[in-house]
Design a binder for this molecule. Structure first.
Ligand SMILES: Cc1cc2nc3c(=O)[nH]c(=O)nc-3n(C[C@H](O)[C@H](O)[C@H](O)COP(=O)(O)O)c2cc1C
Length: 331
């Protein structure tokens, strides 16, 4: 068993988080993560209304009696989102952990805290982590440049981001972006994190409620098959590199191009169709560099158990086996 400030704070067995994933973070996956002893997040906005979110929380509870949370991603959207009502649905459903992401969650923090809800804020920069700490979130999840989805605009990979965060932040934090196996977990702990957050790796599990072709594509792809779209708009997103992603990059680099020029290609419903129907070139879909490390589609239980048991072996056997008493080393 690996015990960290994270496992203590959130009352879970393992220092592993399954972060919010649009169209993927449903009860099937989140309950499997909870049952495996890790911390999963339902994705709030995957549910079309706050009432649907309340139903999804209830459905998840039927599948697990372990703790799980809800991700609330606060981003500018074409259609306004009733964030206050989603927040109410989370609180009224008795969920005790939220993962906030996207814009500044300042407005929501006091309300969640008054309801006894712990907050993990996900961000991509140390300065944003420090701001969240000042706003009294309980923990941070910090995404390096490797991550799927929005890596921010600073392009700092985990090898630098994690130890700098560890030096500056006082509250517990999980490292995110590029994690998929025991080696990553041990590295994150060594760099000063209290655990890891994974997105892409959890997509390639038996319980992830997405089409098998997407899971197989993650297994077949290597680390070079992601693309960064929306760079020109300073709203970068790392997605799987397919024909649509390349088209979007080509268009956005044309002089005078704006979001309107790419809007039809990046529509959320198209990305959803990829994940649900397995038509891989129909829209854009998030995936991280870690796809280069994904070689199989295990159950969530197998995956979590494998990561934790191999991590223990790396620490207890491989790393401690490198230590030699000083006298012996000198011989
Ligand atoms: C398909 C997919 C959808 C995602 N959607 C969201 C989202 O709605 N909100 C959010 O905060 N993060 C989202 N993420 C980011 C993940 O929660 C996580 O931070 C990221 O995947 C970590 O990087 P990794 O994929 O290398 O593990 C998404 C990731 C993926 C792969």
């Amino acid at each position: 068993m690996l015990r960290t400030r994270f496992t203590e704070m959130f009352g879970v067995e393992h220092p592993i988080v399954q972060g919010g994933m649009q169209w993927v973070g449903r009860a099937e996956l989140v309950s499997a993560v909870a049952n495996a002893g890790a911390l999963g997040f339902l994705t709030g906005l995957t549910q079309p209304t706050p009432e649907d979110l309340a139903k999804e929380i209830a459905r998840c509870r039927e599948m697990t009696d372990k703790p799980f949370g809800v991700n609330l991603t606060i981003l500018p959207t074409i259609k306004p989102v009733p964030y206050d009502e989603y927040m109410d649905a989370i609180i009224k459903s008795g969920v005790k952990i939220v993962e906030t992401a996207g814009n500044n969650p300042e407005k929501y923090i006091p309300v969640f805290k008054a309801a006894g809800v712990k907050i993990i804020h996900k961000c991509t920069a140390v300065r944003h982590a420090l701001k969240a700490e000042r706003l009294e979130v309980d923990a941070v999840s910090i995404d390096g440049f490797e991550c799927a989805g929005h890596p921010g605009e600073d392009d700092i990979p985990g090898l630098i981001l994690i130890p700098i965060t560890a030096e500056k932040l006082k509250i517990p934090f999980v490292a995110s972006g590029g994690f998929g196996d025991a080696r990553g977990l041990v590295a994150a702990l060594a760099l000063g994190a209290d655990g890891i957050n994974m997105g892409t790796r959890f997509m390639a599990t038996k319980e992830a409620p997405i089409h098998p072709s997407v899971k197989q594509k993650l297994v077949d792809s290597d680390e070079r098959q992601t693309a960064l779209i929306f760079r020109t708009m300073r709203n970068t997103a790392r997605v799987h590199k397919n024909g649509i992603a390349s088209k979007v990059i080509e268009i956005e680099h044309q002089p005078g191009a704006t979001f309107k020029d790419v809007q039809e290609f990046v529509a959320g419903v198209k990305g959803r169709h990829v994940l649900e129907a397995g038509q891989l070139d129909y829209g854009i879909w998030s995936a991280g560099l870690v796809q280069g490390l994904i070689k199989d589609v295990p159950s969530v239980q197998e995956l979590v158990h494998r990561i934790v048991s191999e991590a223990e072996e790396i620490i207890a056997a491989r790393l401690s086996g490198m230590m030699q008493p000083k006298a012996q080393a000198a011989e």
